[in-house]
Design a protein around this ligand. Structure first.
Ligand code: ADP
Ligand code: ZN
Length: 217
């Protein structure tokens, strides 16, 4: 069974890879970023709390984020594995996840760290367009949809995320290095960490990450 965390800086390709992985292994894709954005677009109380924080590139407080993930991971569809994308992002989140994994009898057993140099991240984020409906990611330079501005998967109109601007991205990257990168050492010590080179063409990367996970199943 694969209980996976996908780690990596903003723009590393976590969301893109996640979509392929969950398709292949038939496990739920749990993206905290997507969950927050859904709450924002529906205007829930959680969404109202998170919106400004997310737009400026900061991290939503741990208690809010952990409660949301706890709810999601407790659902039945996670019984045969799951893929976490964008969580945990801080040591307290990782510790909460450890307790939760034990509680539900499905502890994380695989952590993939996708690495990509900063300069490439900056270029990817600037060109990124996303589908507000299904969460698919595109890039106006390197991963164009078949019809400009339209999602290949669901036909919705693509948008640029509000936090995909230079200023918010700089905050996100700083938060990544300060709060999230220390988790790599945490998971390395736990013997769960698998490094993955995230630079390359999307089709090759897809094949490589699925091969890596097949070997760990
Ligand atoms: P990316 O990986 O491209 O930065 P995500 O879609 O994963 O984007 O997350 C978008 C934003 O949602 C983050 O910048 C942050 O504000 C918030 N967020 C997502 N996951 C978490 C988390 N685990 N803890 C705190 N904030 C989070
Ligand atoms: Zn779509």
């Amino acid at each position: 069974m694969l209980n996976i965390i996908l780690m990596g800086p903003p723009g590393a390709g976590k969301g893109t890879q996640a979509v392929d992985i969950v398709d292949e292994f038939h496990i739920p894709h749990i993206s905290t970023g997507d969950m927050f954005r859904e709450n924002i677009s529906k205007g829930t109380e959680l969404g109202r709390k998170a919106k400004e924080i997310i737009d400026r590139g900061d991290l939503v407080p741990d208690d809010i984020t952990v409660a949301m993930v706890k709810d999601r991971l407790s659902k039945d569809d996670c019984a045969n594995g799951y893929l976490l994308d964008g969580f945990p992002r801080t040591i307290p989140q990782a510790e909460a996840l450890k307790a939760l994994g034990e509680e539900i009898g499905r502890p994380v057993n695989t952590v993939i760290d996708i690495s990509v140099p900063d300069q490439v991240l900056i270029e990817r984020i600037a060109g990124r367009r996303v589908c507000p409906k299904c969460g698919a990611s595109y890039n106006v330079n390197t991963m164009k949809p078949s019809v400009e501005g339209i999602c290949d998967r669901c036909g919705a109109e693509l948008i640029q995320r509000k936090d995909d601007n230079a200023e918010s991205f700089a905050v996100r990257l700083k938060n990544y290095y300060e709060s999230t990168q220390p988790l790599l050492d945490y998971y390395k010590k736990a013997g769960l960490l698998h490094p993955f080179n995230g630079v390359g063409n999307p089709a090759d990367l897809k094949k490589e990450i699925i091969e890596l996970l097949r070997g760990l199943e």
